[in-house]
Design a binder for this molecule. Structure first.
Ligand SMILES: [Zn+2]
Ligand SMILES: [Zn+2]
Ligand SMILES: [Zn+2]
Length: 752
């Protein structure tokens, strides 16, 4: 029996104590203690009881000279974490330079109490015929002449054939009434009993699988072979929009299930619609479960336990679902794998693809990254052979790729057209609507007027708490900050100079919606952005009205560009394609390219050929050239060359530090001091790291906090991490920091 245990304390937030501690195991629990259990242990000077996790058990330890404290309280009877999860936790701690407490927090379901996870036994009322068939027959004969008996007779016959049915399912049948059930029970013909629900997986519905084209079939065969060979591999499934990627992974999942494995499907939260779920349910029945952010903590704990107990074979969910402890997990599909929502922006700042890869290495399974617009990193990995590449470049059915027009908005202004719609786009909308088509317009900027300035002194009205201009919302007649959410009244005079000449500039979705209603109102116009989709079903409602063609013209922010399949959309317009081009971020080309390509993918998915009109002030920009010529390859090659020349990822890795606080001077002092440590050790060491900054962050103030950034760039991730952590430790040991927060992120995606 083990005498000692290594334990990680959950609420240890200070850096120095975030490591396993050795405890002696009290004899009364030594026969029950196991790795992965939660325990309570005395900790600190006052020996307050703290929650901890057993990570290792030992029979002896080296003499330390002081007396070890004892573990006395076991919380779980069975381990809550298995060995693979513990290994994953260590991986997260190292890979993202984060704490054990933070890593454990993301691996376990939220809201756990300090008691075993309660899995309320689900029970149901089973309805069965009595064994005594003679008695049953006698009852039938005696009542056959009654008018009310027909219903009872139907029920008896039904129960003869269905021996495993519950009351709820029965009552859902139109032929069954509560009163006939009651009568039969009263007369001893049937009995109703409370029974524990036993999970019986539904058979896979073969009929629902569509026939594949050659490219799809090849992809499925490739995945099947990897699965049979039991080898880890990450595969990039690069398929143009509408090429049937989903059908490929549905087939691949079927293969995995038939071999006794399970699968995870990650999708961006916004694409978690009833439609997505339906495509899985109709094929895999009750083997599929959904995980999403609107679930309560209880529901998520229950799903976690179902996964652990092998009561579900497929889980579909957003980023956080990547931790679901499915047994014998053999395939993780990441749909729309380029989406930035797969990266967590709260500590630990993990990327779901990194976690998926780690888990599949543990299980000798595969990660399938499905996208029409791979991230530059994935593209480079596929090119170098680190990933396998599967390509789908044909649209399924009769759909063909749309025709693309890039409109130079500078010429529109020269021609005297100051409207948000170019002549070309206006005519295209009219044509599409008159031909019974549907139209989607993308404008990645919500609100009515996106900034307000004074004509006399040029002052721009900004949020009092953020370095961001206020947006005017006409429906509520207010100004709102899109970063902290604070609102204010619309000023009558300039707060700087008192002038009455205040201008409302820049068109947001709300203003364009109003304009479209004026011109095309009788076709049905709707707007989809964060302001119109706040309710629980908000965005489902808009999409379903669009699906039913009650709405023919939909204007929205990037949320309309994502993954929706509307066959009747024949025109997609992008109003300000330049918005994300000059964002002071080395990923801005990539983002713009992806957004435009995704938006274009919404057009012409049905029988009619689609059309795309893109409005820009920079028609000669690389991204616009590429879009116009459908030159995907050229874009990636050019962008990779740029990144290499400038020393950006994927050729390097970035360790990004953000210092923030209410006192601007203190923030600047801290970040400058911090940068001195990095510069000092960079010159001292063998390897060289580039230290960029410190600079004021792109958004220099959010919610009253000033923000400064320091970037450390290095070629080898591992060395960069060691160096990044080493300097931080030195800094914390020597310097006193008060009132400022230091956050870090390895391989950051957003650097606002
Ligand atoms: Zn707003
Ligand atoms: Zn003014
Ligand atoms: Zn604000």
């Amino acid at each position: 029996m083990p005498c000692y245990a290594q334990i990680i304390i959950q609420f240890a937030t200070v850096n120095e104590i975030d490591r396993p501690f050795t405890y002696e195991v009290a004899p009364e629990i030594s026969s029950r203690i196991q790795v992965g259990q939660r325990v309570k242990v005395p900790f600190g000077r006052y020996n307050h009881l703290q929650l901890g996790y057993v990570v290792k058990l030992m029979n002896e330890v080296q003499e330390t000279g002081y007396r070890l404290k004892k573990v006395v309280v076991l919380i779980d009877e069975k381990p809550i974490l298995d060995n693979k999860q513990l290994e994953l936790i260590s991986f997260i701690v190292d890979y993202y330079a984060t704490s054990y407490a933070a890593a454990i927090d993301v691996v376990l379901p939220p809201g756990l109490k300090e008691e075993p996870i309660a899995v309320e036994e689900m029970s149901e009322k089973k309805v069965r015929l009595v064994e005594d068939r003679i008695k049953l027959k006698a009852y039938c004969n005696a009542n056959a002449h009654k008018q009310t008996f027909a219903k009872q007779k139907w029920l008896i016959d039904y129960l003869r054939e269905h021996t495993d049915i519950n009351q709820k399912e029965l009552l859902a049948l139109p032929e069954v009434s509560a009163s006939s059930l009651k009568t039969l029970e009263k007369n001893g013909c049937i009995y109703i009993e409370e029974e524990k629900v036993v999970y019986r997986p539904d058979p896979i519905c073969e009929m629902r699988f569509k026939t594949l084209n050659d490219q799809q079939e090849q992809a499925v065969q490739y995945l099947k072979a990897l699965n049979e060979a039991n080898v880890y591999r990450t595969i990039l499934l690069e398929g143009v929009t509408g090429s049937g990627k989903t059908e490929v992974f549905l087939h691949a999942i079927r293969e995995v299930l038939m071999r006794g494995g399970t699968a995870l499907v990650l999708v961006p939260e916004i694409a978690l619609t009833d439609q997505t779920l339906f495509r899985f349910k109709e094929r895999f029945g009750n083997r599929v479960a959904l995980s999403h952010s609107r679930m309560s903590a209880k529901e998520r704990q229950r799903l976690y336990m179902r996964a652990k107990n092998n009561e579900v074979s497929i889980i579909i969910g957003p980023r956080s679902a990547v931790f679901m402890p499915l047994d014998n997990l053999k395939l993780i599909v990441v749909d729309e794998a380029h989406e930035s929502s797969y990266k967590s922006e709260t500590t630990p700042k993990y990327h779901a693809i990194d976690i998926a890869k780690k888990r599949m290495m543990q299980n000798k399974g595969q990660v399938l990254l499905a996208t029409a617009t791979p991230s530059i990193e994935s593209y480079a990995a596929a090119r170098s052979g680190e990933y396998s590449l599967l390509t789908l470049n044909k649209r399924i059915g009769e759909a063909v790729l749309p025709e693309v027009d890039v409109v130079d908005m500078r010429l529109e202004i020269q021609k005297g057209n100051n409207s948000v719609l170019s002549h070309t786009l206006f005519e295209a909308i009219k044509d599409a609507l008159e031909a019974d088509g549907q139209v989607m317009l993308l404008l990645n900027r919500r609100g009515y007027s996106t900034f307000i300035n004074c004509r006399s002194c040029g002052h721009v009205i900004k949020c009092d708490h953020c370095d961001v201009s206020m947006t005017y919302h006409a429906s509520q007649q207010i100004l709102q900050c899109h970063y902290c959410g604070k609102t204010s009244d619309v000023p009558e005079v300039c707060p700087e100079c008192g002038s009455k000449y205040i201008r409302f500039m820049g068109s947001g979705t709300e203003k364009v919606e109003a304009y479209l209603k004026e011109c095309f109102g009788n076709y049905g116009v709707a707007r989809m952005d964060m302001d119109t989709t706040t309710g629980k079903e908000g965005h489902q409602k808009i999409l379903s009205a669009f699906r039913k063609k009650e709405v023919r013209l939909l204007i929205g922010t990037q949320m309309i560009a994502k993954g929706h399949d509307f066959p009747a959309v024949t025109l997609v317009g992008v109003l300000s394609a330049d918005l994300s081009l000059f964002m002071q971020d080395f990923r801005s080309n990539e983002r713009t390219y992806q957004l435009l390509t995704q938006a274009m993918g919404r057009a012409g998915r049905g029988k009619e050929k689609g059309r795309v009109v893109i409005q820009t002030y920079n028609p000669n920009h690389l991204v616009m050239e590429v879009i116009r010529n459908n030159a995907q390859e050229a874009f990636y090659e050019q962008e990779l060359a740029n990144r290499e020349m400038l020393g950006y990822p994927p050729y390097t890795h970035i360790f990004s530090l953000l210092v923030s606080g209410l006192d601007e001077e203190e923030v600047i002092r801290t970040v400058q001091l911090l940068s001195q440590y990095y510069r000092y050790y960079s010159q001292k060491g063998q390897s060289h790291f580039r230290v960029i900054g410190p600079t004021s962050a792109v958004i220099s103030k959010i919610g009253d906090e000033y923000r400064w950034r320091l970037l450390i760039v290095g070629e080898e991730r591992e060395k960069l991490l060691i160096y990044g952590k080493f300097c931080l430790e030195k800094f914390y040991n020597k310097e006193k920091v008060s009132g400022t927060k230091i956050q870090w992120d390895v391989d950051p995606l957003a650097m606002l």
